[in-house]
Each structure stands twice: as structure tokens, then as C-alpha cells.
Design a protein around this ligand. Structure first.
Ligand code: APR
Ligand code: PHB
Length: 390
């Protein structure tokens, strides 16, 4: 089949781009390796910048987010038995974030695609990208045992870290920067009222912990664990006992526990591939960069890629202006690296590094003391957390 834009991957990046382009009359076909049920079963982060929310509204899929998402004007950093609040609203001159699960956001995007009759093909196999350096790239894949082909003007790789798009770029045309952290996050979702209406990021000598939420009745908690741990090693009871040990006493005693409805371990990694373009292939979201979840930047970094790419493609088709496409990689990477810096900084500030020296720990303590003694340092944290401008 022939279309204008071929999109690989049906996560938030691919779905949002196809929806935005559709509303501008630009045709796309999106192919996704997994089933829709599988994609919607994944539990991921849930903190949105207002820039992302604006893009969801522009894509006509923001109604439920606006109804059910919760505006958060601040969050807590707990350490040494105390908690200190980061007042996002006061520190940024009125900005905040929206807590709305990525799973719900993805559901809204799928419904948006259905409503407009968007072309989304699930359960595809053997996706292969061809002739990316030519003006007529194409993509082949298998679907229900048939070999299919998409001819298009542009291929957009939105297929996440493990996808095929980045790997289709010759090794000598792409550079990868990476840092793997020596720990992971064990996450639990439970149908319990959250311990705090605002997120709590906790630094503790036993390791980092995070109390987050999805709604008034659904909590999302994480603890830092060694990479060698497995989910089976952690009963719900052991998880909550460990979480409580890492929280200030008033939060620990208020925490309501309940059976987990999801439990998983995610390793922490920082990763960027440069450039984000090869011929007529453009990478976006996790296909090009990964952050540790500490600063809640992952989904938001994907959103800024989509913002730049969407405007670049509209300028190309509506005005014949290719400057946005030419500048896409540089522009996207400039913001991506700021998200990388912030995620690395927050991760380093709050986690227990198994190989950290006494010197490293004293620096970590001093960084925290400095942060809460300097309104300027705190304002820098806040401006990054709510999201730098696109
Ligand atoms: N062919 C088609 N689809 C593929 C292929 C492939 N070869 N490989 C992977 N995919 C699909 C995955 O199944 C997944 O649904 O691509 C999708 C990629 O989605 P995400 O991993 O969610 O990435 P993205 O859409 O960029 O979302 C932004 O930022 O930090 C994160 O949690 C955040 O997942 C979110 C991401
Ligand atoms: C989450 O709710 O899953 C979440 C929130 C904030 C983070 C990471 C994850 O920094």
C-alpha cells in the first residue's frame, strides 16, 4: 500500500504522531508488533508536562485526561527522616504537572485513532526498512502470514528501545551514548488509597523509594533493588515492609497496603542515539533515547520529539518548507540531552550506589542540603521537572 508517512511502533509516540498528522490531512499507516491488549497492559509512568497535555488536546484526545488527570502543584523529597516539599507552582511562576497514567493515555490515543478511522495494524512480524536514503523508502512486514509492503515518503521509527528502526541505521552513521546504573526499580501497583496526595521521592541508606499514584484508589510504589533481584523474591508483604523502612515515620505509619495487581523490575539506563535521522528515516521517543525514570522525563522527552516532527512534516506537506525536517535531529537532541542531564542528576541525588565511596555519599548529602537552602537551586529543579519549553 502507498501512504505519506509510515510509522513503526504503536506506543504513545507513534499513536500521537499519526493522530496529529491525520487531523492535518496527512496520511499515515502505523504498524505495531504486539496486540492492542498487550500494549494496553503495560504499566508505565504517569507524569505529564503541560506541553504534552496541550499536544493531546490538539490531537483531540485530551478530554478524559482533563477530566481524570490530577494537577500536581508540588512533590516531596524525603530524606533523613524528614520530608521537604518542592512547590512547583511557586517556584515556576504557576506551572505544575498532570498525573495521568501512560496506560490511560495510550487507551485514549487508540480510541482517537478508531474514531478517525486511522490505519493501525497490530501483530506484525519481520518488520524491515528499505531504501531509507532514497526519496522512496519502503517498509515490509508479515501480517497474518501475508507479506505486506508500505511505500511512503518518510519512515518514522517510534518502535522503542528494542525496535528495528534504530538498528536499520548503519553502525558508522550513528553514535550511541549510554550509562547503565547498578540497580533497578521494583514497582508495585495496588488498589489502595495513596499514602500521600503528592508524590514522595525518598532517599534512604537502604536505597531509593518512590510513592506515586494513579487515582484516589490506585497507588504506584517503587523501591530501588539490586539488578540481581527477581520479582519472585519479593512477596507483597516484603515489598511494603521495605518501602516503609525507607519512608519518614509519619508516612510509613499512614501507608495502607494491599495485594499487588502488577509487580515488575525495570533496570535504570540512560541512552541517546545521534543523529535521530538517517536519510528519510526519523527516530522519535524511546527508539532514540532512554532515561532512568527518576525525573519522569521518558514520556515527556518522547512528546517533544513528536512536537518537532509533527510541525516539520506539516511544513513539508503544506508549505514545501523542509527546514524543520533538516533541523529535526539537532532540535530534538538539544532538548533530549537536557532531559538526560536532569534524569541523571535526580537519579544520582537520590539513589544508593553500591560502589559509592564515603566521599560520594557526603557529596550527595551536601547536594540535598544545598538544594533546600537555595531557592535558586530549587527553582532549577522545578523548571526541569515541569518541563523546559519545546
Ligand atoms: N515493529 C513494530 N512495532 C514495534 C517493533 C517492531 N519491530 N518493535 C517494537 N515495537 C513497538 C513496541 O511493541 C511498542 O508498542 O513499538 C512500541 C514502542 O512504544 P514505547 O516503548 O512505549 O515507546 P514510545 O512510543 O517512544 O513511548 C515513549 O517513553 O520512557 C518512555 O515509558 C515511556 O514508553 C514510554 C516512552
Ligand atoms: C509513576 O507514577 O509511575 C512515576 C512517577 C514519577 C516518576 C516515575 C514513575 O518519576
Amino acid at each position: 500500500m502507498r501512504t505519506q508517512v509510515g510509522i513503526i511502533g504503536g506506543g504513545p509516540s507513534g499513536l500521537l504522531l499519526s493522530q496529529l498528522l491525520h487531523l492535518k490531512g496527512i496520511a499515515s499507516v502505523l504498524i505495531e508488533r504486539q496486540s492492542r491488549e498487550y500494549v494496553l497492559g503495560r504499566i508505565r509512568a504517569g507524569v505529564l508536562e503541560h506541553g504534552f497535555a496541550a499536544l493531546m488536546r490538539e490531537a483531540q484526545v485530551g478530554d478524559r485526561m482533563d477530566r481524570e488527570g490530577q494537577i500536581h502543584d508540588g512533590f516531596f523529597i524525603a530524606h533523613d527522616g524528614i520530608k521537604e516539599r518542592v512547590d512547583l507552582k511557586a517556584l515556576t511562576g504557576g506551572n505544575s504537572v498532570i498525573v495521568y497514567g501512560q496506560t490511560e493515555l495510550t487507551r485514549d490515543l487508540y480510541e482517537g485513532r478508531d474514531r478517525l478511522g486511522g490505519s493501525v495494524v497490530h501483530n506484525v512480524k519481520d518488520v524491515t526498512l528499505h531504501d531509507l536514503q532514497s526519496a522512496h523508502p519502503h517498509v515490509t512486514y508479515r501480517h497474518e502470514e501475508e507479506l505486506e509492503r508500505i511505500d511512503c515518503d518518510f519512515v518514522i521509527g517510534c518502535d522503542g528501545f528494542h525496535g528495528v528502526s534504530r538498528k536499520a541505521i548503519p553502525k558508522d552513521r550513528i553514535r550511541e551514548y549510554e550509562r547503565a546504573y547498578p540497580f533497578g526499580w521494583l514497582g508495585v501497583l495496588s488498589r489502595t488509597p495513596p499514602v500521600s496526595p503528592e508524590l514522595i521521592y525518598a532517599k534512604h541508606e537502604r536505597g531509593f523509594a518512590l510513592c506515586s499514584l494513579r487515582s484516589q484508589t490506585l497507588s504506584r510504589y517503587y523501591i530501588q533493588v539490586p539488578l540481581t533481584d527477581s520479582v519472585e523474591q519479593w512477596s507483597d508483604e516484603q515489598f511494603f515492609d521495605e518501602l516503609k523502612r525507607r519512608l519518614p515515620p509519619d508516612f510509613a505509619s499512614a501507608l495502607i497496603t494491599g495485594p499487588s495487581i502488577e509487580k515488575s523490575i525495570a533496570p535504570l539506563r540512560s541512552f541517546v542515539a545521534e543523529p535521530m535521522r538517517y536519510g528519510n528515516l526519523y527516530l522519535a521517543g524511546d527508539a532514540a533515547h532512554i532515561v532512568p525514570p527518576t525525573g519522569a522525563r521518558g514520556l515527556n522527552s518522547a512528546a517533544s520529539d513528536i512536537y518537532y516532527l509533527y510541525h516539520a512534516l506539516v511544513d513539508h506537506y503544506e508549505k514545501g518548507d523542509d527546514r524543520g525536517l533538516e533541523n529535526y535531529s539537532n532540535k530534538a537532541l538539544a532538548r533530549v540531552w537536557k532531559g538526560q542531564r536532569f534524569s541523571w542528576w535526580m537519579t544520582t541525588l537520590l539513589h544508593r550506589f553500591p560502589d559509592g565511596s564515603g566521599f560520594d555519599q557526603r557529596l550527595q548529602d551536601t547536594e540535598l542540603t544545598y538544594l533546600f537552602s537555595s531557592p535558586r537551586a530549587l527553582a532549577s529543579l522545578a523548571e526541569n521537572y515541569v518541563g523546559l519549553p519545546f
